[in-house]
Design a protein around this ligand. Structure first.
Ligand SMILES: CC(C)(COP(=O)(O)OP(=O)(O)OC[C@H]1O[C@@H](n2cnc3c(N)ncnc32)[C@H](O)[C@@H]1OP(=O)(O)O)[C@@H](O)C(=O)NCCC(=O)NCCS
Length: 193
């Protein structure tokens, strides 16, 4: 049988992947959104179960970083420390990047699904992210809704977006007029390190 589709492996990231992460990042983001190797190492060390990569024959095509965070808050960009007082019941999708020449082939969707199943498996109440670079419509396809506008990176316009974590819960709920996002529980999910 002829197999003419490239092999795709989705696996947890490890510290030896950082150089490839940096290459994918460079192809995905404008300068104001670039994070340092140290900040990737911090995310990887603080919550490794939220770090995934999609690999094809010639290396990494995409990566995902997510971690627990306080509902309603954007995590800082390029931080060399994970502020443990901010860990909460929201799974925060910190970074999803697909290599520029690998877009439009479903990799983004695959890694969002991975994040949503991480949220479900670990009992998070909500998922949230900051949508940049005109990606809002992409996230809306996955049930996220814009909750507020903010500036991110070097002042670029962005949207804080949120959805319930469990697929059985309604995902089309509007949060536009709420002061608090859903699942703004206190305390920790108990799953993070
Ligand atoms: C946004 C991003 C992750 C999407 O990844 P991708 O692998 O190209 O997406 P997919 O191939 O899985 O696309 C799935 C669907 O979303 C759509 N889509 C992709 N990017 C979109 C966007 N920016 N806005 C609206 N829809 C989008 C696709 O057209 C496709 O729709 P279809 O199934 O109806 O054809 C990718 O473009 C990227 O890495 N961008 C740069 C980094 C970035 O901005 N990340 C978001 C940070 S918040």
């Amino acid at each position: 049988m002829r197999w003419d589709r490239p092999l795709l492996v989705i696996r947890p990231l490890r510290s030896s992947d950082v150089s490839e992460i940096l290459m994918v990042q460079r192809s995905a983001y404008s300068d104001g959104l670039i994070e340092s190797p140290a900040s990737f190492a911090t995310k990887l060390g603080a919550w490794p179960q939220g770090a995934w990569g999609a690999f094809e024959d010639d290396g990494m095509s995409a990566y995902l970083f997510c971690h627990p965070w306080t509902s309603g808050e954007a995590a800082p960009l390029n931080s060399k420390e994970m502020d443990r007082s901010k860990l909460g019941t929201c799974l925060y999708i910190h970074d999803l990047a697909v290599r520029a020449d690998r877009r439009g082939r479903g990799l983004g969707d695959r890694l969002v699904s991975e994040a949503l199943s991480i949220a479900e498996r670990n009992g998070f109440r909500t998922c949230a992210l900051v949508a940049v670079q005109s990606s809002r419509a992409f996230w809306e396809r996955h049930g996220f809704r814009a909750w507020r506008e903010l500036e991110y990176g070097n002042g670029m316009p962005a949207h804080y977006m949120v959805r319930d974590a469990a697929p059985s819960m309604p995902t089309g709920r509007e949060h536009g007029n709420e002061r608090k996002p859903p699942g703004d529980g206190h305390g920790q999910s108990g799953r993070h390190r």
